[in-house]
Design a protein. Structure first.
Length: 307
């Protein structure tokens, strides 16, 4: 097993193997800094699952963050992650490099676009080895800066604390431990498929026994239409209040409303009703044929068993 041993005295005095920041400083180049980060909820669930499955002797867990970057590298979208085994003492930390390399190679076969964008760790605050691990992932994410996500899995503050950071070199001489972590703005990005699953998880938290039942397609459609009607009513009330002078106008909101109305096709009410009824009849016909086919297959299966 290939293990990476990291400790402050060794890296600080090892001049035969310069760190990435030192080589970058010598060549006059710097890593591209990240300005915005988007995190998928599945990443947080994976980190929490890794933390819950840890051994009793481990106080925290670490892992690799995977995602995509914008063309200029300043916007990062973290889509997935995987755990990296490690062992740490008061003097050093050991990271399983063989596991890291093999899992990333397998992941690239399934998701060729995703690349290493940084690493994660659990805990309420930064570890004393954070600068050393950051230096390693800076080499993996080069020529871009590595993103560090810290998740408070124990919820010390009463909630799931999330910190998104990036490292910046400090000091005259470039060493691995000369790293200052700066906060990075981030947002949780909810794709449509993940949003439905998160809604079910939220409903289960409020359920008496912690179990939420999945709704049918028609019930989900009914909920969506009700939410849409509520949003339209709220927007209509805001527009009427602005026109009547009861509410101050907001230019940003007005611009969003104009952009939204510009993409809505102008269709006559009667024509829209006819198109909707025609589409609804097609859906009902497909559902009828599906049920008819299922019934015929069941009858054929029973006749075959009798014969």
């Amino acid at each position: 097993m290939s293990m990476l041993n990291l400790n402050l005295p060794t890296l600080a005095s090892n001049s035969s193997k310069p760190a990435a920041s030192a080589s970058a400083a010598a060549s006059g180049t710097t890593a591209v800094s990240t300005q915005q980060c988007y995190i998928h909820p599945v990443v947080l669930f994976s980190i929490l699952d890794h933390y819950l499955r840890r051994s009793q002797s481990q106080e925290r867990v670490i892992g690799t963050l995977l995602g995509v970057r914008s063309d200029d590298g300043r916007v990062v979208e973290i889509r997935s992650c995987f755990a990296v085994p490690h062992f740490e003492t008061d003097d050093e930390i050991q990271v399983d490099m063989e596991h890291h390399s093999s899992v990333f190679a397998l992941h690239k076969r399934a998701n060729a676009r995703e690349q290493i964008v940084g690493w994660y760790a659990t805990g309420a605050k930064l570890s004393k080895y954070a600068a050393l691990i950051q230096e390693f992932y800076a080499q993996e994410a080069a020529p871009f800066n590595a993103v560090h996500v810290v998740v408070d899995a124990e919820m010390a503050g009463g909630e799931l604390g999330i910190q998104c950071l990036q490292g910046a070199p400090v000091g005259v001489e470039a060493h691995a431990e000369n790293c200052l972590f700066l906060p990075l703005p981030y947002e949780l990005q909810y794709p449509d498929a993940e949003l439905a699953a998160l809604q079910v998880a939220a409903d289960s938290a409020e359920a008496p026994e912690g179990v939420a039942t999945l709704v049918s397609d028609m019930e989900q459609l009914e909920r969506t239409i009700e939410e849409l009607r509520a949003m339209l009513a709220r927007v209509s009330a805001y527009v009427h209040d602005v026109c009547a002078g009861r509410t101050a106008a907001n230019g940003v909101v007005g611009k969003y409303l104009m952009d939204m109305l510009a993409v809505v096709p102008r269709v006559d009410a009667k024509q829209f009703s006819a198109l909707f009824q025609s589409h609804l009849q097609d859906i009902l016909m497909v559902a009828y044929l599906t049920n008819l086919t299922r019934a015929q297959l069941n009858i054929a299966d029973r006749l075959q068993r009798i014969a």
